[in-house]
Write a protein that binds this ligand. Structure first.
Ligand code: HEC
Length: 107
């Protein structure tokens, strides 16, 4: 009996660690760290999951081509985020600027 409860607590602990690991690795897309300055690739890697491969939006995020987006709006979303859109704290400097310009020109 003692043997059995030891086993089940081990299983529980494994499950717990596994859950924390999975959540920790997928929960926050805003933790994305760019490995390139190419905004097209950054979009693919960090934004398309929510805003769509064709920029037309998904259930997770709105279209980025339906209406003209102001530079200031795009910057604010990336730097500050809001309750639904993660902020991208590792997008900074030239890389941030190139993503902002890329998104502003999407059609
Ligand atoms: C986890 C999903 C998710 C990811 C990843 C994501 N976004 Fe968003 N984004 C959203 C949601 C949801 C909104 C709508 C927020 C609102 O309206 O309050 C939004 C809004 C925006 C807006 C404002 C759109 C508008 O009509 O005003 C811009 C610009 C934007 N995102 C750009 C980006 C860029 C660029 C990236 C990649 C670096 C990105 N997003 C990654 C979910 C996401």
């Amino acid at each position: 009996m003692a043997e059995l409860s030891l086993t089940s607590s081990k299983i529980l602990r494994c499950f717990y660690i596994y859950t924390v690991f999975i959540l920790g690795s997928c929960a926050n897309p805003g933790d994305y760290k760019p490995t390139t300055k190419n905004p097209k690739i950054i979009y693919e890697e960090a934004c398309s999951w929510c805003h769509g491969q064709d920029f037309g939006g998904t259930v997770r995020g709105p279209s980025l081509i339906q209406n003209e987006l102001k530079i200031s709006r795009i910057r604010k979303m990336l730097v500050e985020g809001n309750e639904k859109m993660p902020r991208f704290k590792h997008l900074t400097g030239d890389t941030l600027e190139s993503v902002i310009n890329y998104v502003a020109k999407l059609k």
